[in-house]
Design a protein around this ligand. Structure first.
Ligand SMILES: [Zn+2]
Ligand SMILES: [Zn+2]
Ligand SMILES: [Zn+2]
Length: 464
């Protein structure tokens, strides 16, 4: 094999591409990524042992010389295409160890042990500079694999949420946050895989994030104490609540503290355990919003599309939809304006807000299409990336608002020949989607081959 010189600088684009390639190859569509699942996928050529496991197997007091070299983990190429990873399990920190393993997998996937004619990675066989470049690449690989920038950039997220959603340490989350949201240097759109990756995770982004964060919080006692406000479950309706200042459930109006105050410690603990085990309800974020600048550079956020009638002629002076009269602000009669558009109750006092029932109606209708698969002929299977198509039209300019608004209440299926059937709520929106069918093809083609496939729009499948 031709051996190459180790590059002078880390190849960030190449590393990102490799990380995304692997995420796509194994079809990951939710977070956090489980390291044991990854090791399972790689089991044909990667064996991973903890330092203590490796001792009797390798008949060594210090497997791969981890302690001697003061290394958290190492990877060794053993005959041909077989690799052995050993990590230091005397470090009592799951996040740290997962990261170490992912880092070592990075060395394997990036070809560090095959491309550069080095049998093992250690400082002794390499110059400091060379060693540093390979270390940085493996590190970057672990970061992109566990918390892909493409996904992070797709919605707004805090450091704490990154740690909880991707199940990484706060330290790793903080560094990632800085790099993605605060660095002046950030590669242009990364790789040809970026859209495919967003597409694969699009359903998770719509209905999986709150639950993943809640599970991240309740997984360990220390995280529960530290992060319990980031995502809670309503005692009354079991909704996930991600507004950390809320005192009342925005979805049912009940006090979040519930009846806990009056109970004894043991009863409260038991109630909490039951709540954690119960299945939660994830709510849909109304994502069709826009910031408007008003006097004194103040910003206000309003729907860019009326959720009731889909009218999108909305400007900064529109307080009520001029077609159907829906209030475009979500105001509490007592506390004034609220920032959030999710829910129908004030998170500070539990009163019903001016958005009235629109949020619950919107959500009911939206979920109706998400769960539509039992209403179509059995030979049709759900097109799993329709959420991506729905939201992707948002990235286009305002000329597409017609299409974007029509797609809100829709779903899609494919048949045996991969033909696509788009189910629309009524004849009018079906007509609009038909008019824009070429734009839909363009969006689909970014991540899928649809040239020879039929796309049919079916209207009139409104919620009963
Ligand atoms: Zn509730
Ligand atoms: Zn309206
Ligand atoms: Zn209020």
């Amino acid at each position: 094999m031709q051996t190459r010189r180790i590059p002078n600088k880390p190849r960030f684009e190449y590393v990102t591409e490799k990380a995304y390639e692997l995420l796509l190859e194994y079809g990951y569509d939710s977070f956090p990524i489980s390291i044991s699942a990854v090791l399972g996928e790689l089991s044909g050529y990667v064996t991973c042992l903890s330092w203590n496991e490796a001792k009797p197997i390798l008949k060594s007091e210090d497997p791969l010389h981890l302690k001697e070299l003061n290394a958290d983990g190492r990877v060794l190429r053993i005959n041909g295409n077989q690799y052995l990873i050993v990590y230091d399990d005397t470090i009592d920190d799951d996040h740290h160890n997962s990261w170490t393993i992912m880092h070592e997998i990075g060395h394997v996937i990036l070809g560090h042990l095959t491309e550069f004619d080095i049998g093992e990675l250690s400082r002794s066989g390499l110059t400091d500079k060379e060693y540093e470049v390979l270390e940085k690449e493996a590190h970057y690989f672990a970061a992109e694999f566990l918390m892909p920038t493409a996904i992070l950039r797709y919605f707004s997220i805090s450091v704490e949420e990154i740690a909880l959603l991707f199940d990484v340490s706060e330290d790793a989350a903080g560094r990632k946050y800085k790099r993605v949201f605060e660095a002046t240097y950030m590669p242009r759109q990364y790789t040809k895989y970026e859209n495919q990756l967003i597409r694969n995770f699009s359903k998770f982004i719509t209905v999986g994030i709150d639950e993943a964060i809640y599970k991240g919080i309740t997984a360990s006692f220390s995280r529960r104490i530290k992060f319990s406000s980031f995502c809670r479950k309503c005692f009354h309706c079991h909704s996930y609540i991600n507004d950390d200042s809320a005192e009342y459930c925005p979805y049912c109006g009940e006090s979040i503290a519930g009846k806990r105050q009056s109970q004894g410690l043991f009863a409260r603990f038991r109630e909490e355990q039951e709540l954690i085990k119960s299945s939660g309800i994830e709510h849909i974020r109304y994502r069709y919003m826009r910031d408007f600048t008003i006097e004194n550079n103040k910003k206000i956020t309003k729907p860019r599309i009326c959720p009731v009638c889909l009218n999108h002629q909305i400007d900064k002076n529109t307080d009520f939809c001029h077609i159907c009269g829906t209030s475009l602000y979500n105001k509490c009669p007592k506390d004034g304006l609220l920032a959030s558009y999710s829910g129908s109750f004030c998170p500070f006092c539990g009163r019903k807000t001016t958005s009235g029932n629109w949020y619950s109606n919107f959500e009911k209708k939206y979920k109706y299409y998400l769960e539509y698969s039992n209403k179509v002929p059995p030979e049709l299977i759900e097109y799993p990336y329709w959420e991506y198509v729905k939201h992707h039209s948002m990235l286009y300019n305002d000329n597409m608002l017609d299409l974007l608004s029509s797609l809100i209440y829709s779903t899609a299926f494919i048949d045996d020949n991969d033909n696509i059937y788009i189910y629309m709520d009524n004849g009018r929106t079906a007509e609009i989607v038909n008019e824009h069918i070429n734009a839909i093809r363009v969006i689909l083609e970014e991540t899928d081959q649809v040239q020879d496939r039929k796309i049919e729009v079916i209207g009139g499948y409104a919620i009963q």
